[in-house]
Design a protein around this ligand. Structure first.
Ligand code: ARG
Length: 458
Protein backbone atom coordinates (compact mmCIF):
# COMPACT_ATOMS: atom_id res chain seq x y z
CA UNK A 1 0.00 0.00 0.00
CA UNK A 2 1.48 3.39 -0.92
CA UNK A 3 1.81 4.91 2.53
CA UNK A 4 3.91 7.78 1.20
CA UNK A 5 1.01 9.11 -0.86
CA UNK A 6 -1.42 11.69 0.50
CA UNK A 7 -4.14 10.03 -1.57
CA UNK A 8 -3.05 6.42 -0.88
CA UNK A 9 -6.18 5.30 1.01
CA UNK A 10 -7.98 3.50 -1.81
CA UNK A 11 -4.87 1.99 -3.39
CA UNK A 12 -3.46 -1.45 -2.70
CA UNK A 13 -0.39 -1.38 -4.90
CA UNK A 14 2.45 1.11 -5.09
CA UNK A 15 2.74 3.42 -8.09
CA UNK A 16 5.01 2.22 -10.84
CA UNK A 17 8.28 4.16 -10.60
CA UNK A 18 8.19 5.35 -14.17
CA UNK A 19 4.52 6.35 -13.87
CA UNK A 20 5.47 8.35 -10.83
CA UNK A 21 8.11 10.21 -12.77
CA UNK A 22 5.88 10.60 -15.79
CA UNK A 23 3.01 12.09 -13.82
CA UNK A 24 5.03 14.31 -11.51
CA UNK A 25 5.28 18.03 -12.00
CA UNK A 26 7.51 18.87 -9.05
CA UNK A 27 10.55 19.19 -11.32
CA UNK A 28 9.11 22.44 -12.65
CA UNK A 29 6.20 23.47 -10.41
CA UNK A 30 8.50 23.87 -7.43
CA UNK A 31 8.91 27.43 -8.57
CA UNK A 32 5.37 27.99 -7.24
CA UNK A 33 6.47 27.34 -3.66
CA UNK A 34 6.06 30.91 -2.50
CA UNK A 35 2.58 31.24 -3.96
CA UNK A 36 1.60 27.83 -2.61
CA UNK A 37 2.60 28.83 0.90
CA UNK A 38 0.96 32.25 0.68
CA UNK A 39 -2.24 30.58 -0.49
CA UNK A 40 -2.15 27.98 2.26
CA UNK A 41 -1.59 30.57 4.98
CA UNK A 42 -4.60 32.56 3.77
CA UNK A 43 -6.71 29.41 3.52
CA UNK A 44 -5.72 28.25 7.02
CA UNK A 45 -6.48 31.66 8.54
CA UNK A 46 -9.90 31.60 6.89
CA UNK A 47 -10.58 28.05 8.17
CA UNK A 48 -9.71 29.26 11.67
CA UNK A 49 -11.80 32.41 11.48
CA UNK A 50 -14.80 30.38 10.34
CA UNK A 51 -14.35 27.88 13.15
CA UNK A 52 -13.75 25.06 10.66
CA UNK A 53 -10.43 24.14 12.28
CA UNK A 54 -9.15 25.15 15.76
CA UNK A 55 -7.25 28.43 16.01
CA UNK A 56 -4.33 26.66 17.72
CA UNK A 57 -3.99 24.51 14.61
CA UNK A 58 -3.92 27.63 12.45
CA UNK A 59 -1.01 28.99 14.48
CA UNK A 60 0.90 25.76 14.06
CA UNK A 61 0.15 25.61 10.35
CA UNK A 62 1.30 29.18 9.78
CA UNK A 63 4.52 28.65 11.70
CA UNK A 64 5.12 25.31 10.04
CA UNK A 65 4.65 26.82 6.59
CA UNK A 66 6.95 29.69 7.48
CA UNK A 67 9.64 27.19 8.44
CA UNK A 68 9.17 25.32 5.16
CA UNK A 69 9.47 28.57 3.24
CA UNK A 70 12.77 29.26 4.97
CA UNK A 71 14.02 25.76 4.23
CA UNK A 72 13.16 26.05 0.56
CA UNK A 73 14.80 29.46 0.28
CA UNK A 74 17.91 28.17 2.02
CA UNK A 75 18.04 25.27 -0.46
CA UNK A 76 17.47 22.80 2.35
CA UNK A 77 14.18 21.33 1.18
CA UNK A 78 14.30 17.92 -0.43
CA UNK A 79 11.70 17.86 -3.22
CA UNK A 80 10.34 14.39 -3.76
CA UNK A 81 9.12 13.02 -7.08
CA UNK A 82 6.89 10.52 -5.32
CA UNK A 83 5.00 13.45 -3.82
CA UNK A 84 4.19 14.53 -7.38
CA UNK A 85 3.87 18.28 -7.14
CA UNK A 86 4.68 21.33 -5.06
CA UNK A 87 1.32 21.20 -3.28
CA UNK A 88 1.80 17.71 -1.90
CA UNK A 89 5.49 18.18 -1.22
CA UNK A 90 4.73 21.11 1.04
CA UNK A 91 1.66 19.57 2.65
CA UNK A 92 3.40 16.27 3.38
CA UNK A 93 6.36 18.09 4.90
CA UNK A 94 4.03 20.21 7.00
CA UNK A 95 2.21 17.17 8.37
CA UNK A 96 5.51 15.42 9.06
CA UNK A 97 6.65 18.48 11.00
CA UNK A 98 3.53 19.42 12.97
CA UNK A 99 1.31 16.31 12.79
CA UNK A 100 -2.50 16.50 13.19
CA UNK A 101 -2.80 20.24 12.55
CA UNK A 102 -0.95 19.88 9.25
CA UNK A 103 -3.41 17.25 8.15
CA UNK A 104 -6.27 19.71 8.67
CA UNK A 105 -4.90 22.28 6.21
CA UNK A 106 -6.49 20.71 3.13
CA UNK A 107 -10.03 20.94 4.61
CA UNK A 108 -12.45 22.47 2.12
CA UNK A 109 -9.82 22.66 -0.57
CA UNK A 110 -8.66 20.58 -3.52
CA UNK A 111 -5.43 20.61 -5.46
CA UNK A 112 -7.58 21.67 -8.38
CA UNK A 113 -8.51 25.04 -6.92
CA UNK A 114 -5.13 25.22 -5.18
CA UNK A 115 -3.13 24.95 -8.39
CA UNK A 116 -5.38 27.47 -10.14
CA UNK A 117 -4.75 29.85 -7.24
CA UNK A 118 -0.99 29.34 -7.32
CA UNK A 119 -0.70 30.02 -11.03
CA UNK A 120 -2.80 33.15 -10.74
CA UNK A 121 -0.72 34.45 -7.85
CA UNK A 122 2.46 33.68 -9.75
CA UNK A 123 1.34 35.23 -13.00
CA UNK A 124 0.12 38.34 -11.23
CA UNK A 125 3.61 39.03 -9.87
CA UNK A 126 5.26 38.20 -13.18
CA UNK A 127 2.97 40.47 -15.20
CA UNK A 128 3.87 43.36 -12.91
CA UNK A 129 7.56 42.60 -13.32
CA UNK A 130 7.29 42.29 -17.10
CA UNK A 131 5.56 45.66 -17.36
CA UNK A 132 8.44 47.25 -15.45
CA UNK A 133 10.84 45.73 -17.99
CA UNK A 134 8.73 47.19 -20.78
CA UNK A 135 9.07 50.58 -19.07
CA UNK A 136 12.85 50.19 -19.04
CA UNK A 137 12.89 49.46 -22.74
CA UNK A 138 10.61 52.40 -23.49
CA UNK A 139 12.88 54.62 -21.46
CA UNK A 140 15.96 53.46 -23.38
CA UNK A 141 14.14 54.13 -26.65
CA UNK A 142 13.07 57.59 -25.50
CA UNK A 143 16.65 58.49 -24.66
CA UNK A 144 17.85 57.37 -28.09
CA UNK A 145 14.97 59.25 -29.70
CA UNK A 146 15.91 62.45 -27.85
CA UNK A 147 19.57 62.04 -28.74
CA UNK A 148 18.61 61.49 -32.37
CA UNK A 149 15.98 64.15 -32.85
CA UNK A 150 17.99 65.52 -35.79
CA UNK A 151 19.05 62.19 -37.26
CA UNK A 152 17.53 61.61 -40.69
CA UNK A 153 17.03 58.19 -42.18
CA UNK A 154 15.24 56.64 -45.12
CA UNK A 155 11.77 55.36 -44.32
CA UNK A 156 10.94 52.16 -46.16
CA UNK A 157 7.98 50.36 -47.62
CA UNK A 158 8.64 46.96 -49.22
CA UNK A 159 12.17 47.55 -47.86
CA UNK A 160 12.60 50.06 -50.70
CA UNK A 161 13.43 53.69 -49.93
CA UNK A 162 10.12 55.48 -49.59
CA UNK A 163 10.28 58.83 -47.83
CA UNK A 164 12.82 60.35 -45.45
CA UNK A 165 11.92 60.23 -41.77
CA UNK A 166 13.54 61.02 -38.45
CA UNK A 167 15.30 58.10 -36.80
CA UNK A 168 13.54 59.26 -33.63
CA UNK A 169 10.20 58.80 -35.39
CA UNK A 170 11.15 55.24 -36.28
CA UNK A 171 12.07 54.51 -32.66
CA UNK A 172 8.84 56.07 -31.47
CA UNK A 173 6.93 53.62 -33.65
CA UNK A 174 8.36 50.82 -31.49
CA UNK A 175 7.39 52.73 -28.38
CA UNK A 176 3.79 52.69 -29.61
CA UNK A 177 3.99 48.90 -29.95
CA UNK A 178 5.48 48.41 -26.51
CA UNK A 179 2.92 50.73 -24.96
CA UNK A 180 0.17 48.59 -26.47
CA UNK A 181 1.92 45.47 -25.17
CA UNK A 182 1.88 46.96 -21.72
CA UNK A 183 -1.79 47.87 -22.00
CA UNK A 184 -2.63 44.36 -23.14
CA UNK A 185 -0.80 42.86 -20.17
CA UNK A 186 -2.49 45.25 -17.77
CA UNK A 187 -5.81 44.23 -19.20
CA UNK A 188 -4.93 40.55 -18.93
CA UNK A 189 -3.98 41.21 -15.29
CA UNK A 190 -7.61 42.00 -14.50
CA UNK A 191 -8.64 38.47 -15.45
CA UNK A 192 -5.68 36.87 -13.69
CA UNK A 193 -6.48 38.81 -10.53
CA UNK A 194 -9.52 36.71 -9.55
CA UNK A 195 -9.55 34.19 -6.68
CA UNK A 196 -10.48 30.63 -7.70
CA UNK A 197 -9.98 29.07 -4.25
CA UNK A 198 -13.17 27.73 -2.76
CA UNK A 199 -14.19 25.79 -5.86
CA UNK A 200 -12.91 22.63 -4.21
CA UNK A 201 -12.45 19.77 -6.64
CA UNK A 202 -15.16 21.13 -8.92
CA UNK A 203 -18.50 21.63 -7.17
CA UNK A 204 -17.67 23.83 -4.18
CA UNK A 205 -17.33 22.67 -0.60
CA UNK A 206 -19.64 21.63 2.23
CA UNK A 207 -17.74 23.78 4.74
CA UNK A 208 -18.89 27.34 5.51
CA UNK A 209 -15.82 28.98 3.98
CA UNK A 210 -15.39 32.73 3.51
CA UNK A 211 -13.96 33.27 0.05
CA UNK A 212 -14.06 37.05 0.32
CA UNK A 213 -11.80 36.86 3.33
CA UNK A 214 -9.26 34.76 1.43
CA UNK A 215 -9.45 37.20 -1.50
CA UNK A 216 -8.83 40.11 0.83
CA UNK A 217 -5.78 38.49 2.38
CA UNK A 218 -4.31 37.67 -1.02
CA UNK A 219 -5.35 41.04 -2.49
CA UNK A 220 -7.52 39.64 -5.28
CA UNK A 221 -9.94 42.22 -6.66
CA UNK A 222 -12.67 39.61 -7.24
CA UNK A 223 -13.58 35.96 -6.76
CA UNK A 224 -14.62 33.48 -9.45
CA UNK A 225 -18.36 32.90 -9.79
CA UNK A 226 -18.63 29.31 -10.94
CA UNK A 227 -16.80 26.44 -9.26
CA UNK A 228 -16.48 24.35 -12.44
CA UNK A 229 -15.05 27.28 -14.38
CA UNK A 230 -12.72 28.14 -11.49
CA UNK A 231 -10.83 24.86 -11.78
CA UNK A 232 -11.02 24.36 -15.53
CA UNK A 233 -10.28 27.87 -16.75
CA UNK A 234 -6.85 28.64 -18.16
CA UNK A 235 -8.00 31.50 -20.37
CA UNK A 236 -5.99 33.91 -18.28
CA UNK A 237 -2.81 31.95 -19.00
CA UNK A 238 -3.63 31.71 -22.70
CA UNK A 239 -4.30 35.41 -22.81
CA UNK A 240 -0.93 36.06 -21.24
CA UNK A 241 0.76 33.72 -23.74
CA UNK A 242 -0.98 35.51 -26.60
CA UNK A 243 0.03 38.93 -25.29
CA UNK A 244 3.58 37.67 -24.84
CA UNK A 245 3.58 36.35 -28.41
CA UNK A 246 2.60 39.74 -29.78
CA UNK A 247 5.26 41.39 -27.63
CA UNK A 248 7.90 38.95 -28.92
CA UNK A 249 6.72 39.59 -32.48
CA UNK A 250 7.49 43.27 -31.90
CA UNK A 251 10.90 42.49 -30.45
CA UNK A 252 11.55 40.17 -33.36
CA UNK A 253 10.72 42.78 -35.97
CA UNK A 254 12.94 45.24 -34.15
CA UNK A 255 15.69 42.60 -34.02
CA UNK A 256 15.40 42.09 -37.74
CA UNK A 257 15.95 45.82 -38.30
CA UNK A 258 18.90 45.99 -35.92
CA UNK A 259 20.50 43.05 -37.71
CA UNK A 260 19.94 44.65 -41.08
CA UNK A 261 21.14 48.07 -39.92
CA UNK A 262 24.38 46.58 -38.59
CA UNK A 263 25.35 45.05 -41.92
CA UNK A 264 28.19 46.50 -44.00
CA UNK A 265 25.61 47.40 -46.64
CA UNK A 266 23.59 49.60 -44.25
CA UNK A 267 25.97 50.61 -41.47
CA UNK A 268 23.19 52.60 -39.78
CA UNK A 269 24.05 51.45 -36.29
CA UNK A 270 26.69 49.64 -34.32
CA UNK A 271 25.76 47.38 -31.45
CA UNK A 272 28.24 47.47 -28.60
CA UNK A 273 30.75 44.62 -28.42
CA UNK A 274 29.12 43.24 -25.31
CA UNK A 275 26.05 42.27 -27.33
CA UNK A 276 27.87 40.63 -30.21
CA UNK A 277 30.21 37.71 -30.80
CA UNK A 278 32.93 36.94 -33.28
CA UNK A 279 33.36 34.11 -35.74
CA UNK A 280 35.79 31.26 -35.16
CA UNK A 281 36.94 31.39 -38.77
CA UNK A 282 36.29 34.88 -40.15
CA UNK A 283 38.39 37.38 -38.20
CA UNK A 284 36.45 40.43 -39.41
CA UNK A 285 33.09 39.26 -38.09
CA UNK A 286 31.02 40.86 -35.40
CA UNK A 287 27.72 39.04 -35.25
CA UNK A 288 24.54 40.53 -33.77
CA UNK A 289 23.80 37.43 -31.67
CA UNK A 290 21.48 39.10 -29.20
CA UNK A 291 18.89 40.36 -31.69
CA UNK A 292 19.26 37.13 -33.65
CA UNK A 293 18.47 35.09 -30.56
CA UNK A 294 15.54 37.27 -29.57
CA UNK A 295 14.18 36.82 -33.10
CA UNK A 296 14.81 33.10 -32.78
CA UNK A 297 13.21 32.76 -29.36
CA UNK A 298 10.02 34.32 -30.69
CA UNK A 299 9.37 30.90 -32.21
CA UNK A 300 9.27 29.13 -28.86
CA UNK A 301 6.97 31.77 -27.38
CA UNK A 302 4.51 31.27 -30.26
CA UNK A 303 4.96 27.52 -29.75
CA UNK A 304 4.05 27.82 -26.08
CA UNK A 305 0.79 29.56 -26.98
CA UNK A 306 -0.02 26.83 -29.49
CA UNK A 307 0.90 24.14 -26.99
CA UNK A 308 -1.52 25.34 -24.33
CA UNK A 309 -4.31 26.16 -26.78
CA UNK A 310 -4.01 22.62 -28.10
CA UNK A 311 -3.88 21.10 -24.62
CA UNK A 312 -7.09 22.89 -23.69
CA UNK A 313 -9.10 22.42 -26.85
CA UNK A 314 -10.68 19.04 -26.17
CA UNK A 315 -11.01 19.04 -22.41
CA UNK A 316 -14.37 18.29 -20.83
CA UNK A 317 -15.20 20.19 -17.65
CA UNK A 318 -13.78 20.42 -15.10
CA UNK A 319 -10.14 19.72 -14.14
CA UNK A 320 -8.19 17.20 -16.21
CA UNK A 321 -4.62 16.13 -15.62
CA UNK A 322 -3.78 17.42 -19.09
CA UNK A 323 -3.85 20.84 -17.53
CA UNK A 324 -0.66 20.14 -15.64
CA UNK A 325 0.91 20.81 -19.05
CA UNK A 326 0.06 24.49 -18.62
CA UNK A 327 3.10 25.22 -16.49
CA UNK A 328 6.14 24.62 -18.64
CA UNK A 329 4.93 26.76 -21.56
CA UNK A 330 3.94 29.48 -19.14
CA UNK A 331 7.23 29.46 -17.25
CA UNK A 332 9.26 29.28 -20.43
CA UNK A 333 7.42 32.23 -21.94
CA UNK A 334 7.82 34.29 -18.77
CA UNK A 335 11.56 33.61 -18.68
CA UNK A 336 12.02 34.26 -22.38
CA UNK A 337 10.06 37.50 -22.39
CA UNK A 338 11.78 38.86 -19.29
CA UNK A 339 15.23 37.95 -20.59
CA UNK A 340 14.54 39.42 -24.01
CA UNK A 341 13.16 42.70 -22.66
CA UNK A 342 15.97 43.11 -20.20
CA UNK A 343 18.74 42.53 -22.70
CA UNK A 344 17.01 44.68 -25.30
CA UNK A 345 16.80 47.69 -23.01
CA UNK A 346 20.54 47.53 -22.37
CA UNK A 347 21.38 46.91 -26.00
CA UNK A 348 19.33 49.93 -27.12
CA UNK A 349 20.96 52.11 -24.49
CA UNK A 350 24.40 51.21 -25.76
CA UNK A 351 23.60 51.23 -29.48
CA UNK A 352 25.71 53.68 -31.50
CA UNK A 353 24.01 55.49 -34.33
CA UNK A 354 25.86 56.29 -37.55
CA UNK A 355 24.22 59.61 -38.32
CA UNK A 356 26.22 60.16 -41.53
CA UNK A 357 25.33 56.83 -43.12
CA UNK A 358 21.66 57.27 -42.28
CA UNK A 359 21.62 60.82 -43.63
CA UNK A 360 23.25 59.71 -46.88
CA UNK A 361 20.78 56.86 -47.38
CA UNK A 362 17.86 59.15 -46.53
CA UNK A 363 18.45 61.14 -49.70
CA UNK A 364 18.83 58.15 -51.99
CA UNK A 365 16.25 56.29 -54.04
CA UNK A 366 14.23 59.38 -55.08
CA UNK A 367 13.01 59.63 -51.54
CA UNK A 368 11.59 63.14 -52.03
CA UNK A 369 9.64 62.33 -55.19
CA UNK A 370 6.34 62.53 -53.28
CA UNK A 371 7.31 66.04 -52.19
CA UNK A 372 7.49 67.13 -55.82
CA UNK A 373 4.07 65.64 -56.48
CA UNK A 374 2.67 67.45 -53.42
CA UNK A 375 4.33 70.66 -54.65
CA UNK A 376 2.52 70.34 -57.99
CA UNK A 377 -0.77 69.72 -56.20
CA UNK A 378 -0.25 72.97 -54.34
CA UNK A 379 0.25 74.61 -57.75
CA UNK A 380 -3.17 73.35 -58.82
CA UNK A 381 -2.49 70.01 -60.49
CA UNK A 382 -4.72 67.06 -59.49
CA UNK A 383 -2.70 64.54 -57.49
CA UNK A 384 -2.93 61.75 -60.07
CA UNK A 385 -1.54 64.05 -62.78
CA UNK A 386 1.20 65.25 -60.47
CA UNK A 387 2.12 61.63 -59.77
CA UNK A 388 2.44 61.01 -63.49
CA UNK A 389 4.65 64.09 -64.03
CA UNK A 390 7.05 63.09 -61.26
CA UNK A 391 7.11 59.49 -62.48
CA UNK A 392 8.35 60.75 -65.83
CA UNK A 393 10.99 62.90 -64.14
CA UNK A 394 12.19 59.86 -62.19
CA UNK A 395 12.43 57.82 -65.40
CA UNK A 396 14.46 60.66 -66.96
CA UNK A 397 16.81 60.69 -63.96
CA UNK A 398 17.24 56.91 -64.10
CA UNK A 399 18.10 57.13 -67.78
CA UNK A 400 20.66 59.85 -67.13
CA UNK A 401 22.09 58.34 -63.97
CA UNK A 402 21.09 61.22 -61.73
CA UNK A 403 18.88 62.07 -58.78
CA UNK A 404 15.87 64.40 -58.88
CA UNK A 405 17.72 66.79 -56.61
CA UNK A 406 20.19 67.24 -59.50
CA UNK A 407 17.61 68.39 -62.07
CA UNK A 408 17.93 72.01 -63.21
CA UNK A 409 14.89 74.26 -63.52
CA UNK A 410 15.09 73.89 -67.30
CA UNK A 411 14.99 70.14 -66.96
CA UNK A 412 12.03 70.34 -64.59
CA UNK A 413 10.23 72.40 -67.21
CA UNK A 414 10.40 69.45 -69.62
CA UNK A 415 7.89 67.81 -67.30
CA UNK A 416 5.82 70.70 -66.02
CA UNK A 417 5.68 74.44 -66.60
CA UNK A 418 4.20 74.87 -63.13
CA UNK A 419 7.53 74.24 -61.47
CA UNK A 420 9.44 77.27 -60.18
CA UNK A 421 12.78 77.69 -58.47
CA UNK A 422 11.09 77.20 -55.07
CA UNK A 423 11.05 73.50 -55.94
CA UNK A 424 14.65 73.25 -54.75
CA UNK A 425 13.68 74.18 -51.21
CA UNK A 426 11.08 71.48 -50.93
CA UNK A 427 13.01 68.49 -52.20
CA UNK A 428 15.71 68.43 -49.56
CA UNK A 429 15.52 65.61 -47.05
CA UNK A 430 15.09 68.08 -44.18
CA UNK A 431 12.28 69.93 -45.92
CA UNK A 432 10.58 66.67 -46.77
CA UNK A 433 10.60 65.55 -43.13
CA UNK A 434 9.51 68.88 -41.71
CA UNK A 435 6.74 69.26 -44.26
CA UNK A 436 4.99 66.29 -42.65
CA UNK A 437 3.80 68.51 -39.88
CA UNK A 438 0.61 66.78 -38.90
CA UNK A 439 -0.37 64.77 -35.81
CA UNK A 440 1.55 61.52 -35.99
CA UNK A 441 3.85 62.87 -38.72
CA UNK A 442 7.64 62.83 -38.82
CA UNK A 443 8.23 66.63 -38.63
CA UNK A 444 10.82 67.43 -35.97
CA UNK A 445 8.45 69.45 -33.78
CA UNK A 446 5.80 66.73 -33.88
CA UNK A 447 8.24 63.99 -32.98
CA UNK A 448 9.77 66.05 -30.19
CA UNK A 449 6.42 66.77 -28.59
CA UNK A 450 5.48 63.09 -28.90
CA UNK A 451 8.67 62.15 -27.06
CA UNK A 452 7.78 64.62 -24.31
CA UNK A 453 4.22 63.29 -24.21
CA UNK A 454 5.41 59.76 -23.64
CA UNK A 455 7.98 60.97 -21.11
CA UNK A 456 5.13 62.61 -19.22
CA UNK A 457 3.33 59.27 -19.15
CA UNK A 458 0.76 59.89 -21.90
N1 ARG B 1 0.06 19.00 -10.32
C1 ARG B 1 -1.29 19.26 -10.69
C2 ARG B 1 -1.33 20.31 -11.80
O1 ARG B 1 -0.39 20.95 -11.98
C3 ARG B 1 -2.07 19.76 -9.52
C4 ARG B 1 -3.53 19.47 -9.58
C5 ARG B 1 -3.73 18.03 -9.57
N2 ARG B 1 -5.04 17.64 -9.30
C6 ARG B 1 -5.40 16.38 -9.38
N3 ARG B 1 -6.60 16.09 -9.11
N4 ARG B 1 -4.58 15.44 -9.81
O2 ARG B 1 -2.31 20.49 -12.48
Amino acid sequence: MPKDKLWGGRFTQPTDKFVEEFTASIQYDKRLYHQDIRGSVAHARMLGKQGIIPLEDVEQIVHGLQAILEQIEAGKFDFSISLEDIHMNIEARLSAAIGEAGKRLHTGRSRNDQVALDIRLYLRDEIIEITTYIDLLIDALLTQAEDNIDTLMPGFTHLQSAQPILFAHHLMAYIEMFKRDKERLEDCFKRVDVLPLGAGALAGTTFPIDREYVAEQLKFHAITRNSLDSVSDRDFALEFLADASILMMHLSRFSEELILWSTAAFQFIELSDGFCTGSSIMPQKKNPDVPELVRGKTGRVYGNLMALLTTMKGLPLAYNKDMQEDKEPLFDTIDTVKGSLKIFAEMIREMRVNVGAMRKAAGQGFSTATDVADYLVRKGLPFRDAHEVVGKAVAYCLENGMDITGLSLAEWHIFSAKIDSDIFDCITVEASVNARNIQGGTARGRVWSEIQNVRAGN
